[in-house]
Design a protein around this ligand. Structure first.
Ligand SMILES: [Zn+2]
Length: 115
């Protein structure tokens, strides 16, 4: 496959190209350089619920919304703060953020019949 931008003969199914995205006739370097990949990547959020980790796959309308959500999520679950799932007044508000949930795998809550 010859890149439409730089005439470089690249592997259109190579790992770098797959990760970089972009159009089929653009090499990975040009996709990154020109920023032609506009799809917003899915965001996986993990939570520690019971014994299993749960994961939610979320899709956003923009990278900005994705970043906002990720930042709020990381703050709320206490990432980088040495604690997990801490509830406090400093939690970032997560309401009003636009996203749709595209997949979910909640772990076993391990509630032993009690809710
Ligand atoms: Zn190129």
């Amino acid at each position: 496959m010859i890149c439409v931008h730089c005439d470089y003969d690249f592997d259109s199914r190579g790992t770098r190209k797959v990760i970089a995205g972009g159009k089929i006739n653009e090499c990975a370097d040009c996709v990154e350089e020109l920023g032609t990949e506009t799809a917003v990547k899915y965001l996986g959020c993990t939570s520690a619920d019971g014994k299993m980790g749960g994961v939610s796959i979320l899709a956003f309308d923009s990278n900005e919304a994705r970043e906002n959500y990720r930042a709020a999520w990381n703050n709320n679950i206490g990432m980088h703060k040495g604690k997990s799932a801490a509830l406090s007044g400093s939690n970032t508000a997560m309401s009003g953020m636009k996203f749709r949930q595209v997949g979910e795998n909640f772990g076993n809550s391990n509630h032993k019949g009690k809710l």
